[in-house]
Write a protein that binds this ligand. Structure first.
Ligand code: SF4
Length: 312
């Protein structure tokens, strides 16, 4: 039995097989880079690292999806796919543009749904109403980059929105009976370990369905690299795997067991990472370590969870 509530297990139960996410770059931008809010982006932003080699906005969405299917069918025998709108902010465009791009993806054979990664300040009632219509016949998940529950941190990383905006976006999404996920980063500047750990109580009060955790990695040629070189002490990075595994286990022990975990950490090519150095550890290897450590501690997700009331 799994010791955490794995999103992949839910998908297998729900759809009767593995459902593969296919990342696509649909040519969207981001208000934090195109000048609307800023041009430098979040301090850690380097979208190249989030885009697999088969994603290229010069290619049509259909072509990217077909190439993604070809790529994945070598590794996995799967007949069902989600189009994963991953790069930049995938609801940052007029509604007509969203309609054209999302419906092109859904028209591709074997694509049964969409995962739409976006910023909480790039969504509104009209866009969500449209997505809720699509959700009547397809699996539609909106995945918000929330990153931190603290406004002081969101300001330091130049995020360009506050936490209240993220809470509102989540509520507006779940009110429409859509799937809603959230993404958080541990190791952001000037956060203490206690503050990071305390976020679990705030997250438990959010009606999200899935969650992704990332450990902050300082990527070359980002603003975070400049900050890190000047003041490394302000970054509470997890210098080794053991420290992160210990933290993430204590975190998920307090996490609502109904929240499905989609990811525990990010995986970036080691040559792009300034710090911390985890010696080429692959994500599947990390997963094995986390599950073994949970078993060793005779623990599981929600072991120390106390029911908390949703924020309304
Ligand atoms: S919201 Fe995403 S794409 Fe935009 S600047 Fe931040 S990390 Fe980069």
């Amino acid at each position: 039995m799994r010791l955490f509530n794995a999103y992949t297990d839910y998908l297998k139960r729900e759809f009767g097989c593995r459902v593969q996410k296919l990342s696509i770059n649909a040519g969207f931008s981001c208000p934090n880079r195109d000048g609307k809010l800023g041009t430098g982006g979040c301090i850690y932003c380097d979208n190249k690292i989030f885009s697999p080699s088969y994603t290229d906005p010069q290619k049509s969405i259909r072509q990217q999806l077909l190439e993604g299917m070809d790529f994945h069918k070598i590794r996995y025998k799967t007949e069902k796919y989600f189009a994963y709108f991953q790069s930049f902010s995938n609801t940052y465009a007029p509604l007509e543009v969203l309609q054209q791009r999302f419906e092109e993806a859904l028209s591709v054979e074997k694509v049964i749904g969409l995962i739409i990664g976006t910023r909480p300040d790039c969504i509104d009632e009209k866009k969500l109403d449209y997505l809720a219509e699509l959700a009547k016949n397809h699996y539609i998940m909106v995945e918000y980059g929330i990153e931190s529950c603290y406004d002081k941190t969101l300001k330091t990383i130049h995020r360009g929105h506050d936490f209240a905006t993220a809470q509102k976006a989540v509520l507006m999404t779940v009110e429409r009976n859509m799937h809603c996920g959230a993404h958080f980063i541990f190791g952001l500047p000037n956060e203490t370990e206690t503050e990071m750990m305390e976020m679990v109580h705030i997250i438990n009060q959010m009606p999200i369905e899935t969650i992704k955790f990332h450990q902050l990695q300082i990527i070359r040629e980002t603003e975070a690299e400049q900050m890190y070189r000047k003041n490394p002490e302000i970054f509470p990075l997890f210098s080794n795997v053991e420290a992160y595994v210990d933290f993430i286990i204590r975190f998920i022990e307090q996490l609502n067991p109904d929240i499905m975990i989609d990811r525990f950490a990010s995986e970036v090519k080691p040559e792009l990472v300034v710090a911390p150095c985890w010696e080429n550890l692959r994500y599947d290897q990390l997963l094995v370590i986390i599950e073994a450590e949970l078993a060793k501690r005779k623990s599981h997700q929600g072991n120390n969870w106390k029911s908390e009331i949703y924020i309304k």
